[in-house]
Design a protein around this ligand. Structure first.
Ligand SMILES: [Zn+2]
Length: 224
């Protein structure tokens, strides 16, 4: 089975991908891993891509698309779940065309739907316990919410002090990624709509605000 997955940062897309991969024994291919693999392997495409990345430029689709196809082709026997690509309408059109030319069938598209504000809250809501890394605290999830002590939020397990990770609090970076994702003109939402308007490829849209287990159950129930 070959699957495309969509979902904004903070939607739990990576977690769901891992669950689907496990269930169906297919390869979970993340777009970042495709670049790393080609660059590490020193392939021609990898060398070209590296030039752009080193300059801080976006790698053009003429390089990205063949790279993605080559990687998918290696998982032809097992099937694949592609995560993080396409990110734009142009990439969606190019990927669709390239898959057809390569005689590779896309069986299903999975979209995790999540409100932008909630997605942001999920990224920014994680709290780290000063006493133990294995004490999960998150202000957006009822089950692991920190508790209040003397007017301050503390670790719900041990009462320890809480802090945040700098990456999780980089609002500019989060907004930048979400601007691309939620753009339904030329961005990722436009790519999702492109596949929704195609004939013959089922698109499963699930409510990403539900607990992880409910999201994966509703995806698995609808997969062909
Ligand atoms: Zn703790």
């Amino acid at each position: 089975m070959n699957i495309l997955t969509f979902g904004p940062n903070g939607s739990g897309k990576g977690t769901q991908g891992a669950i689907i991969k496990e269930k169906y024994g297919i390869d979970h291919i993340e777009s970042g891993a495709i670049f790393r693999e080609h660059i590490k392997g020193g392939t021609d495409l990898g060398k070209k891509a590296k030039e752009y990345i080193d300059r801080g430029d976006l790698v053009p689709d003429e390089i990205t698309i063949p790279m993605v196809l080559e990687t998918l082709d290696k998982s032809k026997e097992k099937g694949w779940l592609l995560d993080g690509f396409p990110r734009s309408l142009a990439q969606a059109e190019a990927l669709d065309k390239a898959l057809k030319e390569a005689d590779m069938k896309l069986d299903c598209v999975v979209e995790i739907v999540l409100d932008r504000e909630i997605a942001k809250e999920r990224i920014m809501g994680r709290r780290l316990c000063a006493n133990d890394n294995n004490h999960p605290n998150h202000i957006a999830f009822e089950a692991i919410k920190p508790v209040e002590k003397d007017g301050k939020l503390v670790c719900r397990v041990c009462g320890g002090e809480l802090s945040t990770r700098a990456d999780d609090q980089d609002e500019d970076a989060i907004n930048k990624r979400h601007n691309i994702y939620y753009d339904d003109n030329t961005g990722t939402m436009a790519a999702v709509n492109y596949f929704k308007n195609l004939d013959g490829i089922p698109v499963i849209s699930v409510d990403g605000s539900l607990p992880i287990k409910e999201v994966s159950e509703s995806i698995i129930k609808d997969l062909p």
